[in-house]
Write a protein that binds this ligand. Sequence first.
Ligand SMILES: [Zn+2]
Length: 355
Amino acid sequence: MKNQRIKPVLIFAIFLAIISNIYAKTIIESISLSNIKDTTLMILEVDTMTKMTFNRISKTNLQLTISARSAVNEIKPLGVIKKIVINGDSTQTGFNITFNKPFDFRKQTINSNIVLKFFPLPVKVIKTVILDPGHGGVDPGAVGRKHLQEKEVNLGIAKALKKKLENFGLKVILTRSDDRFVALSERTRFTNEQKADLFISIHCNSSNDSRKANGFETYFLSEAKTDWERAVLARENGSLQYETGDVDSLTQNDISLILADLSQNENLKESYALALEIQTAGVDILKDVDRGVKQAGFYVLRTSFMPSVLVECGFLSNSAEEKKLNTGKYRESIAQAIFLGVTNYIRDYEKRTNL
Ligand SMILES: [Zn+2]
């Protein structure tokens, strides 16, 4: 007899459990969107706190699921939110949010409000390039057998390259635009002040040992590892001899310190990537001997806090190369090669960092 009385109670209890499961306890009572500068706030008012899951579908799409029934099933997009689709049943509510830019978000709970802050990811773009035509004024740089001076070739290539990069949409600043002496320390101080994104120093090579030495090589900052790298380093840093007053001379030790710096390490990686693109394009366009990407502690590279490379465009000590380097046509080809290298690098960089 006892069992028969218990049965209806049990059935009622099960019924209650099912009902309370169907109708989740938590209710999203209201949803509001507002903007503060470039941040869009989404405030959900709930009667009790509940579980939330976030699933980033893509850089511009987020799926948010809340274990709560929503009293709101439509909301107008605002700010960084381009579209918002609400799908729900009695136990949970899904929000599919599409953003107009790559986004990031933070979650905060304040009393019975869930506050979601959506903001666009900072977009990394390369806008400004510094071109540094080596030497100038009293400092001729390397001099060819027919007396062609490096400073003149460097400036010619830099000017041709400036035009091409500007047509591509970049801002280009030259460290010198005529035949004048600019101290190495002045070049780097100026460069760091400009808040530029890339630094390219343009030079021509010379070899004391072999008049046959020829080809194109690109350097990035590091410690010189080979005798050749040390020789080119000594020659290019030789501009320091024309400087008056205190020369801020850095030693190999200083270079190690700079390289140990984290941001400089990041620049080092990028400098290598840029050097590689320029070298590849140079060899391809100029059909020149590939002398490869090299590393040395050039003064102008080690004090520039941005990805920086130094291009040695050809050998003035080689008669055939001196002859070519004396023509506008060849300088134009070199500018085109560096241009392709730089723009390939920029495309790759922006794809890597923003997608
Ligand atoms: Zn030089």
